[in-house]
Design a protein around this ligand. Structure first.
Ligand SMILES: *Cc1c(COP(=O)(O)O)cnc(C)c1O
Length: 233
């Protein structure tokens, strides 16, 4: 496989993150890159991880990438090849009948949006990191708890054994107006600050099209697919 387009796109994304962090007066090392690998074949994901290893060998300030899958089926299929290479996050909705399969491979479930799901995870997990997903835009097609209910849900989930709420996650508004998108990311940060006493630190927000806005508002993880892998089939 010719990995050179991947190497160039990965470097371009790292550069975008570094510029956005610099503009916000932040250390780029505080922003981790999660590769959103839905629909991508495992060989391409491995090639991206190789490219990331090579880039980090030349720049010690870069932190290693994370990998995020949307569907449990893909997590299970790619898990054996990827688990030793990068932390695997589940970033798509999790149905209760797939909890066991998800727990086999996910080191973090970023899509917890109900107490019911959290309880099902807690019943089987020993020390699982989870993020509570918040629907900051209110768009009906988007998964996530409403912002007004997020703090209460975080407190309930944090009280369960077996789970650690390490962050909040959101998918930004689908709007051409950067101020609208940015306001949603600001809202997620405000919610994170409201539960900081529980040790909640991560803000997983920003994708290929808008990662600069998310970094400006404090993202600690940006989830990038197409800007690294090219358009999805
Ligand atoms: C696909 C996806 C991403 C990445 O989207 P791109 O626009 O391809 O960067 C990030 N987060 C979630 C939850 C996704 O489903």
């Amino acid at each position: 496989m010719d990995a050179s387009p991947l190497v160039a796109r990965l470097a371009a994304v790292r550069e975008r993150i570094a510029r956005a962090a610099g503009a916000a007066g932040r250390d780029p090392g505080q922003v981790r890159l999660l590769l959103a690998t839905k629909t991508q074949p495992v060989d391409l994901v491995l090639a991206a991880l190789d490219a990331d290893d090579a880039a980090r060998a030349g720049d010690a300030r870069l932190s290693p990438v994370l990998v995020g899958e949307n569907r449990v089926q893909e997590l299970v299929a790619k898990g054996p090849a990827l688990a030793g290479r990068a932390p695997l996050h589940l970033i798509g909705p999790l149905q209760s009948n797939k909890v066991n399969a998800a727990l086999r491979w996910a080191t973090c479930v970023e899509s917890v949006a109900s107490l019911d799901l959290a309880q099902r995870l807690a019943a089987r997990a020993t020390a699982l990191d989870v993020h509570v997903q918040v629907n900051v835009s209110g768009e009906p097609t988007k998964h996530g708890v409403a912002p007004g209910e997020a703090v209460a849900l975080v407190r309930e989930v944090a009280a369960l054994p077996g789970l650690r709420v390490t962050g909040l996650m959101t998918v930004g508004a689908n709007s051409p107006d950067p101020e609208v998108v940015r306001a949603g990311y600001r809202e997620l940060r405000r919610l994170r600050d409201a539960v900081a006493d529980l040790g909640v630190r991560e803000l997983s927000m920003g994708m290929s099209g808008d990662l600069e806005l998310a970094v400006a508002e404090g993202a600690t993880v940006v989830r990038v697919g197409s800007a690294v892998f090219g358009p999805r089939a």
